[in-house]
Design a protein. Structure first.
Length: 398
């Protein structure tokens, strides 16, 4: 039965890592997959995470199943992180949270929920957006429409075009918004622009769905929640997908969450019952360890403070690499203005490199970049910066 199955094309991002691993060249650099690297080029385990794990392993008494939506204390900790401890939404119990296998699991659960339980079959995503968004939502049976987001010529947010498009979204349809650190462009709306987005969301009556994968890596844990909280003040219903891969370093633990906010506690609980059905018929219940780490860290004042300092340091290193990258390219004689990269936020930057230039970087120099030109700034280090910029300068100058 299987001999007629065709080989699937490689994943546009994870496939790069497969090729990178097989590449024997000693000076190879992987700027494709979104994994943070420290100054030495390693993906570290947070000290706060290690201390939490020690406590979990010491006190653990069972390997029994978690409930379908995960542990209640995990959901409560996630909601406090998203909204802040005393937010009116939490006081009114209008939000419910399910623990999912990573942020991707949250997106798929939400896609299934939208398909089965809402009156729309369409979701709008930014152009461009993370490569996997379209695939995940289409796999859930949704139609995917796009709205303008990035001005490639001006290297800035195409805010006017974005707002014009959002003004056309029919009531009841779903719009995916990157809460911060837009992937792949690194360009986020400012506070005033978020107010305008909140206004059009309330006026048009579409359902906002926030992908919140990088809280803390833009301007800080609180600042990065500004956009979401601004919209939350204007609308009664929305969805939030959270990931703790980046801001806790829990890549292989697959710790994520889907949070649903409704008009009332009763509406939230009814919707939650349907979310749990979607989970039960997919993976049944979530894995425990990653969620236990997040819960332990967020609920312990000492570990929470340590974790915040680690996230702050990670954010500062990423921003430092942005500046060093721009300065080194200039020192190498590159005349093109790359200063826009210092205005972007988060792990990723839209470099402006063409598909042909990306191919030359990979094939001739062993530098791996996503075909769109997206680069993972968090994988740059002081030790690989000189070679990286030397090669890019050579490619740009022909």
């Amino acid at each position: 039965m299987f001999e007629h199955i065709e080989t699937a094309p490689p994943d546009p991002i994870l496939g790069l890592t497969d090729a990178f691993v097989k590449d024997p060249r000693p000076g190879k650099i992987n700027l494709g997959v979104g994994v943070y690297k420290d100054e030495s080029g390693k993906t570290p385990i947070f000290a706060s995470v290690k201390r939490a794990e020690e406590r979990i392993l010491r006190d653990e008494t069972t390997k029994s199943y978690l409930p379908i939506p995960g542990a209640p204390e995990y959901g409560a900790a996630v909601r406090r992180m998203i909204f802040g401890a005393d937010h009116p939404i939490l006081e009114a119990k209008r939000a419910v949270t399910a623990h999912t296998p990573g942020g991707t699991g949250a997106l798929r659960v939400a896609g299934d929920f939208i398909k089965v339980n809402l009156s729309t079959n369409r979701i709008w995503v930014s152009a461009p957006t993370w490569e996997n968004h379209r695939a995940v939502f289409q796999a859930a049976g949704l139609e995917v429409e796009t709205y303008p987001y990035y001005d490639a010529d001006g290297k800035q947010l195409a805010f006017g075009a974005m707002m014009q498009a959002l003004e056309t979204v029919p009531a009841g349809e779903v719009v995916l918004l990157h809460a911060c650190c837009h992937n792949p462009t690194g360009m986020d709306p400012d506070a005033e622009q978020w107010k305008a987005i909140a206004d059009v969301t309330a006026r048009r009556g579409f359902l906002p769905f926030f992908d919140f994968a990088y809280q803390g890596l833009g301007g800080g844990l609180e600042q990065d929640a500004t956009g979401l909280r601004t919209v939350a003040a204007r609308v009664d219903e929305f969805l939030v997908s959270s990931s703790f891969a980046k801001n806790f370093g829990l890549y292989n633990e697959r710790a994520g969450a889907i949070t649903l906010v409704a008009r009332s506690e009763e509406d939230a609980q009814r919707a939650f019952s349907q979310l749990k059905v979607r989970i039960r018929t997919n993976y049944s219940n979530p894995p425990s360890h990653g969620g236990a780490i997040v819960t332990t860290v967020l609920n312990d004042p000492e570990l929470h403070a340590l974790w915040e300092s680690e996230v702050t340091a990670m954010c500062a290193r990423i921003n430092g690499m942005r500046t060093l990258f721009v300065e080194t390219l200039e020192a190498k004689g590159v005349e093109r203005d790359f200063s826009f990269i210092t205005r972007q936020r988060g792990m990723f930057s839209f470099s402006g490199l063409t598909k042909d230039q990306v191919a030359v970087l990979r094939d001739q120099y062993g530098i791996y970049v996503v075909g769109s030109g997206r680069i993972n700034v968090a994988a740059m280090t002081p030790s690989n910066m000189d070679r990286l910029c030397t090669v890019i300068a050579e490619v740009l100058q022909g």
